[in-house]
Design a protein around this ligand. Sequence first.
Ligand SMILES: C[S@@+](CC[C@H](N)C(=O)[O-])C[C@H]1O[C@@H](n2cnc3c(N)ncnc32)[C@H](O)[C@@H]1O
Length: 260
Amino acid sequence: MKVQVSQVVKTMQWSLLLLATIVATITPCEAHSESAASTNTQCEYVALKTGHPDGILKQYCSRQIAKIMGWQGASWLDRVERESEERTDQLIDILNLKPGMIVGDIGAGTGRLSMLMLDRIKPHGQMWAVDVQAEMVGRLKEIAVKYPKNQFEVKQATALTPNLPSAIVDMAIMVDVYHELEFPREFLEALLLSIKPGGTIVFVEYRAGDPKVPIKRLHTMTVAQIKKEAGDVGLVFEKVVSDLTWQDVVFFRKPPITKK
Ligand SMILES: C[S@@+](CC[C@H](N)C(=O)[O-])C[C@H]1O[C@@H](n2cnc3c(N)ncnc32)[C@H](O)[C@@H]1O
Protein backbone atom coordinates (compact mmCIF):
# COMPACT_ATOMS: atom_id res chain seq x y z
CA MET A 1 0.00 0.00 0.00
CA LYS A 2 2.88 2.31 0.93
CA VAL A 3 4.49 1.56 -2.48
CA GLN A 4 1.22 2.27 -4.29
CA VAL A 5 0.86 5.68 -2.56
CA SER A 6 4.40 6.75 -3.50
CA GLN A 7 3.75 5.62 -7.10
CA VAL A 8 0.57 7.74 -7.21
CA VAL A 9 2.49 10.73 -5.84
CA LYS A 10 5.22 10.24 -8.47
CA THR A 11 2.65 10.01 -11.28
CA MET A 12 1.00 13.23 -10.04
CA GLN A 13 4.39 14.98 -9.99
CA TRP A 14 5.03 13.93 -13.59
CA SER A 15 1.57 15.08 -14.63
CA LEU A 16 2.11 18.47 -12.98
CA LEU A 17 5.50 18.83 -14.72
CA LEU A 18 3.90 17.94 -18.08
CA LEU A 19 1.09 20.44 -17.50
CA ALA A 20 3.59 23.16 -16.58
CA THR A 21 5.56 22.45 -19.78
CA ILE A 22 2.40 22.64 -21.93
CA VAL A 23 1.35 25.94 -20.31
CA ALA A 24 4.85 27.38 -20.79
CA THR A 25 4.75 26.40 -24.49
CA ILE A 26 1.24 27.66 -25.20
CA THR A 27 1.30 31.03 -23.39
CA PRO A 28 3.95 32.75 -25.58
CA CYS A 29 2.08 31.57 -28.74
CA GLU A 30 -1.15 33.13 -27.53
CA ALA A 31 0.64 36.35 -26.62
CA HIS A 32 2.25 36.37 -30.08
CA SER A 33 -1.02 35.86 -31.93
CA GLU A 34 -2.65 38.63 -29.89
CA SER A 35 0.07 41.13 -30.74
CA ALA A 36 0.00 40.03 -34.40
CA ALA A 37 -3.75 40.64 -34.45
CA SER A 38 -3.40 44.11 -32.97
CA THR A 39 -0.75 45.30 -35.46
CA ASN A 40 -2.23 43.49 -38.45
CA THR A 41 -5.89 44.40 -38.22
CA GLN A 42 -7.93 43.42 -41.25
CA CYS A 43 -9.81 46.33 -42.75
CA GLU A 44 -13.51 45.56 -42.72
CA TYR A 45 -16.70 46.88 -44.28
CA VAL A 46 -19.42 48.28 -42.02
CA ALA A 47 -22.88 49.24 -43.30
CA LEU A 48 -24.02 52.57 -41.85
CA LYS A 49 -27.57 53.60 -40.98
CA THR A 50 -26.68 57.30 -41.25
CA GLY A 51 -23.57 59.07 -42.48
CA HIS A 52 -21.99 62.06 -44.19
CA PRO A 53 -24.11 63.22 -47.18
CA ASP A 54 -21.04 63.05 -49.49
CA GLY A 55 -20.58 59.38 -48.74
CA ILE A 56 -22.21 56.09 -49.53
CA LEU A 57 -23.57 54.46 -46.39
CA LYS A 58 -20.58 52.19 -46.09
CA GLN A 59 -17.40 52.32 -44.06
CA TYR A 60 -14.14 50.61 -44.90
CA CYS A 61 -11.25 50.51 -42.45
CA SER A 62 -13.11 53.11 -40.27
CA ARG A 63 -13.42 55.56 -43.21
CA GLN A 64 -16.70 56.41 -44.95
CA ILE A 65 -16.43 55.74 -48.69
CA ALA A 66 -17.19 58.82 -50.82
CA LYS A 67 -19.80 58.98 -53.58
CA ILE A 68 -18.34 58.72 -57.08
CA MET A 69 -17.70 62.04 -58.81
CA GLY A 70 -20.35 61.84 -61.54
CA TRP A 71 -19.49 62.39 -65.23
CA GLN A 72 -21.71 65.47 -65.09
CA GLY A 73 -18.87 67.15 -63.15
CA ALA A 74 -16.25 66.25 -65.75
CA SER A 75 -15.57 69.90 -66.67
CA TRP A 76 -14.01 70.34 -63.20
CA LEU A 77 -11.34 67.80 -64.17
CA ASP A 78 -10.59 69.74 -67.37
CA ARG A 79 -10.65 73.26 -65.85
CA VAL A 80 -7.80 75.48 -67.05
CA GLU A 81 -6.73 76.55 -63.55
CA ARG A 82 -6.16 72.91 -62.54
CA GLU A 83 -2.63 73.17 -63.91
CA SER A 84 -1.67 76.04 -61.55
CA GLU A 85 -3.75 74.78 -58.60
CA GLU A 86 -2.57 71.19 -58.64
CA ARG A 87 0.66 71.47 -60.65
CA THR A 88 -0.21 68.45 -62.78
CA ASP A 89 3.13 68.92 -64.61
CA GLN A 90 4.96 68.45 -61.31
CA LEU A 91 2.81 65.41 -60.49
CA ILE A 92 3.81 63.77 -63.77
CA ASP A 93 7.50 64.54 -62.98
CA ILE A 94 7.14 62.90 -59.56
CA LEU A 95 5.94 59.68 -61.20
CA ASN A 96 9.28 59.41 -63.00
CA LEU A 97 7.79 57.62 -66.01
CA LYS A 98 10.19 56.21 -68.59
CA PRO A 99 9.73 55.58 -72.32
CA GLY A 100 8.46 52.07 -72.96
CA MET A 101 6.58 51.66 -69.68
CA ILE A 102 3.08 50.19 -69.58
CA VAL A 103 0.92 52.40 -67.38
CA GLY A 104 -2.61 52.01 -66.02
CA ASP A 105 -4.53 55.22 -65.35
CA ILE A 106 -7.18 53.82 -63.05
CA GLY A 107 -10.24 56.05 -62.81
CA ALA A 108 -8.95 58.07 -65.75
CA GLY A 109 -12.06 60.29 -66.00
CA THR A 110 -11.73 62.58 -69.02
CA GLY A 111 -8.24 61.27 -69.80
CA ARG A 112 -6.46 64.57 -69.19
CA LEU A 113 -3.71 62.98 -67.12
CA SER A 114 -3.61 59.82 -69.25
CA MET A 115 -2.51 61.93 -72.23
CA LEU A 116 0.14 63.77 -70.20
CA MET A 117 1.51 60.46 -68.95
CA LEU A 118 1.48 58.92 -72.39
CA ASP A 119 3.73 61.75 -73.62
CA ARG A 120 6.41 60.43 -71.22
CA ILE A 121 6.22 56.77 -72.21
CA LYS A 122 5.88 57.08 -76.02
CA PRO A 123 6.68 55.78 -78.59
CA HIS A 124 6.86 52.18 -77.37
CA GLY A 125 5.02 52.56 -74.07
CA GLN A 126 1.34 51.89 -73.65
CA MET A 127 -1.44 53.60 -71.67
CA TRP A 128 -4.40 51.66 -70.29
CA ALA A 129 -7.09 54.20 -69.39
CA VAL A 130 -9.77 52.68 -67.17
CA ASP A 131 -13.02 54.04 -65.79
CA VAL A 132 -16.22 52.67 -64.28
CA GLN A 133 -18.60 55.25 -65.80
CA ALA A 134 -19.69 54.51 -69.36
CA GLU A 135 -19.75 58.26 -70.17
CA MET A 136 -16.08 58.60 -69.15
CA VAL A 137 -15.20 55.45 -71.11
CA GLY A 138 -16.88 57.03 -74.16
CA ARG A 139 -14.68 60.12 -73.83
CA LEU A 140 -11.57 57.98 -73.40
CA LYS A 141 -12.41 56.08 -76.59
CA GLU A 142 -12.62 59.39 -78.47
CA ILE A 143 -9.06 60.13 -77.31
CA ALA A 144 -7.81 56.63 -78.13
CA VAL A 145 -8.56 56.94 -81.85
CA LYS A 146 -6.17 59.90 -82.10
CA TYR A 147 -3.19 57.69 -81.20
CA PRO A 148 -1.49 54.87 -83.11
CA LYS A 149 -3.12 51.45 -82.67
CA ASN A 150 -2.66 49.89 -79.17
CA GLN A 151 -0.93 52.97 -77.73
CA PHE A 152 -3.99 54.22 -75.83
CA GLU A 153 -6.15 51.31 -74.70
CA VAL A 154 -9.48 51.86 -72.92
CA LYS A 155 -11.16 49.53 -70.43
CA GLN A 156 -14.55 49.64 -68.78
CA ALA A 157 -14.08 48.78 -65.10
CA THR A 158 -16.66 47.48 -62.64
CA ALA A 159 -16.90 48.31 -58.95
CA LEU A 160 -14.83 45.18 -58.26
CA THR A 161 -12.16 45.11 -60.95
CA PRO A 162 -10.33 47.33 -63.45
CA ASN A 163 -10.69 44.48 -65.96
CA LEU A 164 -7.07 44.66 -67.09
CA PRO A 165 -5.10 41.72 -68.51
CA SER A 166 -2.99 39.95 -65.93
CA ALA A 167 0.62 40.96 -65.10
CA ILE A 168 0.81 43.61 -67.83
CA VAL A 169 1.24 46.95 -66.02
CA ASP A 170 4.52 48.47 -64.78
CA MET A 171 2.81 51.30 -62.90
CA ALA A 172 -0.87 51.86 -62.00
CA ILE A 173 -1.90 55.34 -60.91
CA MET A 174 -5.09 56.41 -59.17
CA VAL A 175 -5.42 60.19 -59.08
CA ASP A 176 -8.29 61.27 -56.80
CA VAL A 177 -9.95 57.88 -57.21
CA TYR A 178 -9.21 55.44 -54.40
CA HIS A 179 -11.40 57.15 -51.74
CA GLU A 180 -14.47 56.62 -53.95
CA LEU A 181 -13.98 52.95 -54.82
CA GLU A 182 -17.07 51.09 -53.68
CA PHE A 183 -15.12 47.89 -52.94
CA PRO A 184 -11.57 49.09 -52.23
CA ARG A 185 -10.26 45.72 -51.01
CA GLU A 186 -11.58 43.65 -53.91
CA PHE A 187 -10.65 46.32 -56.46
CA LEU A 188 -7.07 46.59 -55.16
CA GLU A 189 -6.69 42.82 -55.13
CA ALA A 190 -7.90 42.64 -58.74
CA LEU A 191 -5.63 45.56 -59.70
CA LEU A 192 -2.67 43.76 -58.12
CA LEU A 193 -3.18 40.87 -60.54
CA SER A 194 -2.67 43.23 -63.48
CA ILE A 195 0.64 44.57 -62.08
CA LYS A 196 3.93 42.91 -63.00
CA PRO A 197 5.80 41.44 -60.01
CA GLY A 198 7.82 44.28 -58.52
CA GLY A 199 5.60 46.85 -60.31
CA THR A 200 4.18 49.97 -58.69
CA ILE A 201 0.79 51.27 -57.55
CA VAL A 202 0.58 55.01 -56.88
CA PHE A 203 -2.18 56.65 -54.85
CA VAL A 204 -2.64 60.39 -55.38
CA GLU A 205 -5.08 61.76 -52.82
CA TYR A 206 -6.01 65.22 -51.58
CA ARG A 207 -4.40 65.74 -48.18
CA ALA A 208 -6.86 65.23 -45.30
CA GLY A 209 -6.85 67.64 -42.37
CA ASP A 210 -5.10 70.48 -44.23
CA PRO A 211 -7.28 73.64 -44.12
CA LYS A 212 -5.53 74.94 -47.28
CA VAL A 213 -6.92 72.05 -49.35
CA PRO A 214 -10.36 73.19 -50.64
CA ILE A 215 -11.77 69.70 -51.17
CA LYS A 216 -14.74 67.95 -49.52
CA ARG A 217 -13.63 65.93 -46.48
CA LEU A 218 -14.63 62.47 -47.76
CA HIS A 219 -12.66 63.14 -50.95
CA THR A 220 -9.44 63.55 -48.92
CA MET A 221 -7.26 60.93 -47.18
CA THR A 222 -4.34 60.86 -44.77
CA VAL A 223 -1.14 59.06 -45.75
CA ALA A 224 -1.55 56.86 -42.65
CA GLN A 225 -4.99 55.71 -43.84
CA ILE A 226 -3.70 54.97 -47.36
CA LYS A 227 -0.80 52.97 -45.88
CA LYS A 228 -3.15 51.01 -43.63
CA GLU A 229 -5.48 50.02 -46.47
CA ALA A 230 -2.76 49.28 -49.02
CA GLY A 231 -0.76 47.31 -46.45
CA ASP A 232 -3.84 45.26 -45.69
CA VAL A 233 -3.84 43.78 -49.21
CA GLY A 234 -0.09 43.11 -49.11
CA LEU A 235 1.28 46.18 -50.91
CA VAL A 236 4.73 47.23 -49.76
CA PHE A 237 5.11 50.92 -48.92
CA GLU A 238 7.92 52.57 -50.84
CA LYS A 239 7.75 56.35 -50.40
CA VAL A 240 5.52 59.38 -50.09
CA VAL A 241 6.09 62.64 -51.94
CA SER A 242 4.27 65.61 -50.38
CA ASP A 243 5.68 68.41 -52.60
CA LEU A 244 2.34 69.22 -54.24
CA THR A 245 0.16 71.94 -52.68
CA TRP A 246 -2.97 69.84 -52.28
CA GLN A 247 -2.07 66.19 -52.85
CA ASP A 248 0.13 63.45 -51.42
CA VAL A 249 1.66 60.98 -53.85
CA VAL A 250 2.10 57.60 -52.17
CA PHE A 251 4.08 54.81 -53.86
CA PHE A 252 3.68 51.10 -53.14
CA ARG A 253 5.35 48.11 -54.70
CA LYS A 254 3.77 44.78 -55.57
CA PRO A 255 5.88 42.22 -53.74
CA PRO A 256 7.91 40.04 -56.12
CA ILE A 257 6.71 36.42 -56.34
CA THR A 258 8.50 34.38 -53.69
CA LYS A 259 9.31 30.75 -54.38
CA LYS A 260 7.99 28.32 -51.76
C1 LIG B 1 -12.46 62.58 -59.37
S1 LIG B 1 -12.36 61.63 -60.83
C2 LIG B 1 -10.63 61.70 -61.23
C3 LIG B 1 -10.35 61.48 -62.71
C4 LIG B 1 -8.89 61.51 -63.11
N1 LIG B 1 -8.10 60.56 -62.37
C5 LIG B 1 -8.30 62.88 -62.96
O1 LIG B 1 -7.65 63.16 -61.95
O2 LIG B 1 -8.49 63.70 -63.87
C6 LIG B 1 -12.57 59.97 -60.25
C7 LIG B 1 -12.80 58.97 -61.34
O3 LIG B 1 -12.74 57.66 -60.79
C8 LIG B 1 -13.68 56.86 -61.45
N2 LIG B 1 -13.96 55.66 -60.66
C9 LIG B 1 -14.65 55.52 -59.51
N3 LIG B 1 -14.76 54.23 -59.16
C10 LIG B 1 -14.10 53.51 -60.11
C11 LIG B 1 -13.86 52.12 -60.32
N4 LIG B 1 -14.32 51.18 -59.51
N5 LIG B 1 -13.13 51.76 -61.40
C12 LIG B 1 -12.66 52.69 -62.27
N6 LIG B 1 -12.89 54.01 -62.13
C13 LIG B 1 -13.58 54.42 -61.06
C14 LIG B 1 -14.87 57.79 -61.61
O4 LIG B 1 -15.77 57.32 -62.59
C15 LIG B 1 -14.18 59.10 -61.99
O5 LIG B 1 -14.04 59.23 -63.38
